[in-house]
Design a protein around this ligand. Structure first.
Ligand SMILES: [Zn+2]
Length: 258
């Protein structure tokens, strides 16, 4: 079982070592900006490392958007990040499920997702798995409620899309964590990564506010159960820096068992 943390991008291998983590996730650019990633000086070190690497796409990426000026740059940015993440030997590029505007038809969002994968194919194909992550908030999200996730998967499943299950987002998004792995797998057929987070917000609150395991509203045993049932690696995206995340990783190791 590989367990790690979302860390600062400056020196991810040092961050992994500080936490005793077997995996790390980081951003390649400012998550709020449309910046293409630049080559990294530590690329060879990262590629050669024993640590499993995941890259999180910028939050600003929304390939589902009906707005051209968001959707088109998002598509390109996703592809640029996929290429840069593959250069680091990353196991996956995580991207949020995205959303359409208030009052817009969610069906357009699913079509746009399909087009994003078609664009990637026209550009030579994705060099690594893109893992679509469930999100916590909004009524127009493509991957908050699992009945919508099923429609999304009808659009993207055939392109080999992967899935990242965030326990905070699921709980705050109104999906019961009991039996969640089976429910997801019935839709996607796969879970590639677990984002193992507690939630400051209550069930179905729509709040994307991560907390340390056991400190928020989620029974940590349900997070452990999701990791076990999925057999997937887990990344904590929790507060508290080295100390907080090391404790979260220790809790998961102890209870999920190696
Ligand atoms: Zn997450």
């Amino acid at each position: 079982m590989r367990i790690g943390a979302h860390v600062d991008s400056a020196d991810p291998l040092a961050e992994a070592a500080a936490r005793g983590a077997e995996a790390v996730q980081f951003f390649l650019t400012d998550p709020q900006k449309y910046n293409s990633p630049k080559p990294r000086e530590d690329a060879e070190l990262i590629r050669a490392s024993e640590v499993d690497v995941y890259v999180h796409a910028p939050y600003i990426v929304n390939v589902a958007s009906p707005n051209n000026r968001i959707r088109i740059p998002s598509r390109k940015l996703l592809m640029a990040h996929a290429k840069a993440a593959a250069e680091l030997g990353a196991k996956g590029l995580i991207v949020h499920g995205g959303h359409v505007g208030a009052g817009a038809d969610l069906a357009a969002g699913f079509v746009n997702w399909r087009k994003a994968f078609e664009y990637a194919e026209s550009e030579g194909g994705l060099p690594l798995p893109v893992l679509i992550e469930n999100t916590a908030g909004g009524d127009n999200a493509c991957a908050r409620r699992f009945d919508d996730l099923a429609r999304l998967w009808e659009a993207v499943g055939s392109f080999g899309a992967g899935f990242c299950l965030d326990t905070c987002h699921a709980f705050a998004g109104g999906e019961d964590l009991i039996g969640i792995v089976d429910r997801v797998k019935a839709i996607t057929g796969r879970i590639d990564l677990i984002h193992a987070n507690d939630s400051k917000g209550g069930f179905d609150s729509g709040q994307d506010r991560h907390d340390n395991l056991g400190s928020g509203k989620i029974d940590p045993e349900l997070v452990v159960a999701a990791i076990r049932a999925s057999g997937a690696p887990a990344i904590v995206e929790t507060p508290g820096g080295v100390e907080g995340q090391t404790a979260d990783i220790a809790l998961l190791r102890e209870r999920a068992g190696n």
